[in-house]
Ligand binder design. Structure first.
Ligand SMILES: NC(=O)c1ccc[n+]([C@@H]2O[C@H](COP(=O)([O-])OP(=O)(O)OC[C@H]3O[C@@H](n4cnc5c(N)ncnc54)[C@H](O)[C@@H]3O)[C@@H](O)[C@H]2O)c1
Length: 348
């Protein structure tokens, strides 16, 4: 079995293993960390159909007594009802403090599994087994967990690092093209913010998935190690997201996260030269189009501005945006909201 291992030093330190076909070794990865505990596998209905039997067989073959809880696929499951239902399931299964959660799925399962683990018995350990490209390069790393509440997305959550991440890149073979592409927006983001060399390799498709996922995870690791609790440099990871969230929200989430981030990155790149930074908008737009993204923003500058302010829950003052200084080098810029409005009017 071939895989890369990336180590994260945070409030809880852990290894991230990345390789094709490594799901079969999950039990052996877990054993030295957690011993012979019980495992509650959380997954969604799509992943369960494809790989639910396989993960249970691998864990059983490794000697683990594992139970499984399946939630309906989709963002709607990242809610308080599902959280409580899973907590009740763990209680009914009589899981103890020394047992653990295995979050087996995309970002929805990862966020819900992590939050459940941080709450059950005031905290049990958990393992992330990401199955989407987005979860592999983003949500499974860094310890942010959350659910959505009616007032907004990701409003209830915790910082709670996993004990292990096991990323089997072969599982992504079955992703629908649009879901895979959503993850590609995050990959392009990593290249833009911190690694021009990675960015250059992305022009050749298909990219080497293990190498690219590993590099993105290293970048996220480096950022998280400097700013685990998101008070500074972790903000760089929001490149394209500030405007992207506004677009997602305006579309009532009909525009997917990846598509919205792609549009948001183009808006930020067009803004950069107006703030005295370099102009990489054409270059970035061409790469995003190569990946099949529609980079046009379907909303007016004023609509995006209003959504952005309500998202940030404030009027007046400044908003931080991430702007490129060059390909592979982005910076956080704090702009007065009035100036941001004028800039949006020039670039949308
Ligand atoms: N915690 C963080 O740091 C962080 C970062 C980014 C995003 N997120 C969260 O992640 C979520 C989005 O994650 P996502 O894009 O992975 O969405 P998701 O978990 O909804 O997965 C997308 C779809 O792909 C399906 N799927 C998953 N794995 C599959 C596979 N191997 N083959 C076939 N289908 C598969 C799922 O069933 C689902 O229908 C959002 O809730 C977002 O808020 C969290």
């Amino acid at each position: 079995m071939q895989y890369n291992t990336i180590h994260v030093e945070a409030s809880r330190s852990y290894d991230i293993h990345i390789g094709r076909g490594i799901l079969a070794g999950l039990g052996e990865f877990i054993r030295p960390l957690l011993g012979n505990c019980r495992l509650a596998v959380l997954t969604d209905s799509n992943v369960d159909v494809l790989y639910g039997n396989a993960i249970m067989e691998y864990l059983n073959a490794a000697g683990y007594n594992a139970c499984k809880y399946v939630i309906p696929a989709g963002e709607a499951s990242k809610c308080a009802d599902t959280l409580l239902a899973f907590l009740n399931f763990m209680a009914a299964e009589q899981l103890t403090r020394s047992d653990a959660v295995v979050a087996f799925g995309g970002g929805v399962v990862g966020d819900l599994g992590g939050l459940s683990a941080s709450l059950y018995l005031r905290g049990v350990k958990y393992v992330q087994v990401p199955t989407t490209l987005l979860a592999a390069v983003d949500s499974s790393v860094g310890g942010k967990t959350a659910i959505d509440i009616p007032a907004g997305k990701n409003l209830v959550g915790s910082f709670y690092q996993p004990s292990l991440v096991c990323c089997d890149t072969a599982l992504m073979d079955t992703l629908l093209p649009n879901i895979y592409r959503d993850g590609c927006a995050e990959v392009i983001k990593y290249g833009m913010i911190l690694d021009g060399k990675l960015y250059d390799t992305l022009h050749t498709l298909p990219f080497d998935r293990e190498a690219v996922v590993s590099r993105c995870v290293e970048i996220k690791r480096d950022v998280v190690q400097q700013d685990e609790f998101d008070n500074g440099i972790r903000g760089l990871l929001n490149f394209g997201h500030t405007f992207g969230h506004a677009i997602e929200k305006l579309s009532n989430f009909a525009v997917s996260h990846g598509e919205a981030v792609a549009k948001g990155m183009v808006i930020a790149a067009r803004m950069a030269p107006l703030c005295g930074l370099c102009d990489v908008a054409d270059e970035l737009s061409a790469l995003l189009v190569q990946y099949g993204f529609d980079i046009a923003c379907p909303y007016s500058a004023n609509e995006v501005y209003e959504a952005l302010l309500s998202d940030k829950k404030r009027r007046g003052g400044n908003i931080s945006v991430v702007l490129p200084r060059s390909v592979g080098d982005c910076t956080l810029v704090s702009l007065p909201v009035e100036e941001l409005k004028e800039l949006l009017q020039k670039v949308i």
